[in-house]
Design a binder for this molecule. Structure first.
Ligand SMILES: [Zn+2]
Length: 92
């Protein structure tokens, strides 16, 4: 059960500019979007095609990285390995 019905989410167009301190990896892993029914509700979703995971704002990198490395069934394998390396690096 996704935390938010993915069919209600629509990508922000044009995409909101990334914050100056935004992590490039997080930018690759997520897409800013909003509710179709309630456009003032902004969320961000997993960028992997076919994935229905989304999160509330503000973006929490730990959750996104955990999803990308352990939970996401749709993520690009190369990207997944990159996330794994980032997580491993943070531990050390
Ligand atoms: Zn995902």
């Amino acid at each position: 059960m996704p935390p938010w019905p993915i069919e209600d989410l629509e990508d922000d167009v044009p995409p909101a500019p990334a914050a100056a301190n935004a992590s490039p990896l997080l930018e690759r892993l997520t897409v800013r979007c909003h509710s179709r029914q309630t456009p003032m509700i902004h969320r961000f979703r997993c960028s992997a095609p076919g994935c229905d995971m989304s999160w509330t704002l503000p973006r929490q990198s730990s959750r996104v990285l955990k999803h990308a490395s352990h939970e996401c069934m749709f993520i690009d394998e190369q990207l997944k390995q990159l996330v794994g390396a980032v997580i491993a690096g943070k531990r050390g």
